[in-house]
Design a binder for this molecule. Sequence first.
Ligand SMILES: NC(=O)c1ccc[n+]([C@@H]2O[C@H](COP(=O)([O-])OP(=O)(O)OC[C@H]3O[C@@H](n4cnc5c(N)ncnc54)[C@H](O)[C@@H]3O)[C@@H](O)[C@H]2O)c1
Length: 269
Amino acid sequence: MAVEVKGASVKPGRRRFENKSVVVTGAASGIGRADALAFAGEGAAVAVLDIAEGPGQETVELLRKDSADAVFLRCDVTDEASIEQSLGAVVDRFGALDVLVANTGVLYVDTAEKTALEDWNRMLALNLTSAFLCSKHAIPRMRKSGGGSIVCMSSGSGFRPRAGIAAYAAAKAGIINFVKSLAKETAADGIRANCVAPIATETPLLEHMLTRFSEGKDRAEVERHIIESIPMKRFATVEEIADAVLFLASDDSSAISGHCLVVDCGAFA
Ligand SMILES: NC(=O)c1ccc[n+]([C@@H]2O[C@H](COP(=O)([O-])OP(=O)(O)OC[C@H]3O[C@@H](n4cnc5c(N)ncnc54)[C@H](O)[C@@H]3O)[C@@H](O)[C@H]2O)c1
């Protein structure tokens, strides 16, 4: 399974985000990095927000290699002050905030019975409260420029969780209802809010899940069993998830708000 997205590059094509300012949280890795590259490929100025400085700067280098306007901002999405400061810096730098992708998420593998309260709270902070805080501070900035689009990351686990990821699944289910509330609260300001719910996608997060699920078992067998349960017999790629994120962020989905777009390789059919 390939988890490396370092070699990915900006894809030329449509220019739906020309003159748009886009924030992607968790853009130092996986889906967030692919989102950042895809937005830049369509003309956006991109702010890469992440706690991981080295890999975040690497994303920015990839973006700049293709002449995109991009900046890295170290931001801890569990820290409200850090979020507010970063979004302020984005507006100072790019002049506006048009799109927020609240992408950050971390997987914690354990049953509810074995989950310490501290871990439960951390999972909610990273996977759910982070989207609330980023949205909360993005909304007034988007309103100022006449509207915008918020895309949060849910997960197939938000609908149909596997056993052993209770806290993560609860947080991801929360995202689905959070964007519905947000959609109703912000429609009058020209702001849309949606989420994407991917199934297993080739990133370090999936690698971590497979490693934990394989403890005491044959890793290849565990992976084969999961793939067998997916009608397309494969995981999704980060580029396929980015396609869904960009659709919801763009005017192509101008009448869609409060929606959860499932990208499931047929798994929930
Ligand atoms: N990969 C999958 O199979 C899958 C499936 C469904 C949903 N998702 C969701 O997609 C999103 C992206 O996941 P991914 O697979 O690309 O993960 P990833 O592990 O590749 O990337 C997560 C990023 O979040 C950053 N991060 C962690 N803690 C942070 C913090 N406190 N502040 C700021 N940044 C922080 C990490 O440094 C990393 O760059 C997540 O919300 C995840 O839950 C992933």
